[in-house]
Write a protein that binds this ligand. Structure first.
Ligand code: NAD
Length: 281
C-alpha cells in the first residue's frame, strides 16, 4: 500500500490524503496525483486528518481507505479512482486523473453520504469488540453447524442452523450480499439486510429462508448457542473469536461521505454496467 509521508507546506485549503494499493498502475496514478497536487496552493497533501481521501485501486482499496479513516467519518470525504476492472465505490477511471484534479480545484464541498453498519460483538468473558462495516459483516462457525438465535429488536425471530449469516449495508448489497441471494438496495435507503449462508431447512429445522431488510433504528442480534471458534468478517477484514456471546448489528449514526461530482453516476446505472452490460437491440 502506498501512502504519503512528508511534512512540507502548510498553506492549506483542501487537505488531501492519497492511498493506493500495490499495483503498478495504482502507483503510477499515485505519483501523477502527488506531483500535480503538491505544486498547487489549493491542496495540502497529508495523511493526517485529511478533508479528502483519494483511494487508488478498486473497491477493495476503498474499503481499506474507509477503515483507515473510519474514526474521522464526520470530516472526511472519499473519492475512488479505479485501476482495476469493477468499481462500485470508484468514480474515476485511471485515465481521468486530470478530470479529478480539475473537479477538486472546483470543489465546493458537495457530498453524498451512505449508511454504514455498526457491529458490536460481546465475547463470553463480557468484553465488547466494536467495528464498522461499509459492505457487510458476516459470522460463521469454524467447525460444525452454526446454531444461533436471531432476535430483532430484542424479540426472538428464529433459531438459525447453517453455515452463517451476513448483514449488509445498502452499498454492500451489490457485493457478497448479492451472491447470497440478497436484494439490491438503493444506497439512500437507511436499512440493513440480513441474508442466510446455507441454512438448514428440513422437517425438523426451519428458518425464514429469505433475506430480511431491517430499517435504521432497529437492531438485529445473533446469539450463538454453541461454544467454539467463530469467524467474523467485516468487509475485507477477518477476525477469529472464541465463544461469542452475541453479535449485534444496526445502522450507524455516522455515514460515509463521498465527493459528489458529475462522475458519481446514478446507482442503477452502475448496477446495470456491472452486472448486465450493454444490451443488444
Ligand atoms: P476482493 O478484492 O476479492 O473483492 C471481491 C469483489 O467484490 C471485487 O470484484 C470487488 O470489486 C467486489 N466488490 C467489493 N465491494 C463491492 C460492492 N459494494 N459492490 C459490488 N462489488 C463489490 O476482496 P476484498 O477486496 O477483500 O473485498 C471484500 C469484499 O468482497 C467483501 O466486503 C465482500 O462483499 C466481497 N466478497 C464477496 C464474496 C462473494 O461474492 N461470494 C465472498 C467474499 C467476499
Amino acid at each position: 500500500m502506498t501512502q504519503m509521508n512528508f511534512t512540507d507546506k502548510s498553506k492549506k485549503t483542501l487537505r488531501v490524503a492519497l492511498v493506493a494499493n500495490g499495483k503498478y498502475q495504482s502507483k503510477r496514478v499515485w505519483h501523477k496525483l502527488f506531483q500535480a497536487l503538491r505544486d498547487e496552493d489549493k491542496f495540502y497533501l497529508t495523511k493526517h486528518h485529511p478533508d479528502v481521501v483519494i483511494s487508488i485501486g478498486g473497491d477493495g482499496m476503498l474499503l481499506s481507505a474507509f477503515h483507515m479513516y473510519e474514526k474521522e467519518l464526520e470530516t472526511v470525504r472519499f473519492v475512488g479512482i479505479h485501476t482495476g476492472h469493477l468499481g462500485f465505490y470508484t468514480d474515476y477511471l485511471d485515465s481521468e486523473v486530470d478530470k479529478l484534479i480539475a473537479d477538486l480545484r472546483e470543489d465546493k464541498g458537495e457530498t453524498i453520504s451512505y449508511p454504514i453498519l455498526r457491529v458490536t460483538m460481546t465475547l463470553s468473558d463480557g468484553r465488547k469488540v466494536k467495528a464498522r462495516a461499509l459492505n457487510e459483516a458476516t459470522i460463521k462457525r469454524i467447525e460444525k453447524t452454526m446454531v444461533a438465535d436471531i432476535k430483532v429488536n430484542g424479540g426472538l425471530f428464529e433459531r438459525f442452523r447453517g453455515d452463517g449469516l451476513s448483514v449488509a449495508t445498502p452499498t454492500g448489497s451489490t457485493a457478497y450480499n448479492k451472491s447470497l441471494g440478497g436484494a439490491i438496495l438503493h444506497p439512500t435507503i437507511q436499512a440493513m439486510q440480513m441474508t442466510e449462508i446455507a441454512s438448514l431447512n428440513n422437517r425438523v429445522f426451519r428458518t425464514l429462508g429469505s433475506p430480511i431488510i431491517v430499517p435504521r433504528g432497529e437492531k438485529i442480534e445473533v446469539v450463538p448457542k454453541r461454544l467454539g471458534q467463530y469467524l467474523v468478517t467485516v468487509d475485507n477484514k477477518t477476525y477469529r473469536h472464541k465463544d461469542i456471546a452475541k453479535i449485534e448489528f444496526d445502522i450507524d449514526r455516522k455515514k460515509i461521505q463521498f465527493i459528489n461530482s458529475a462522475n458519481h453516476t446514478g446507482f442503477w446505472e452502475r448496477v446495470r454496467d456491472a452486472f448486465i452490460g450493454e444490451s443488444e437491440e
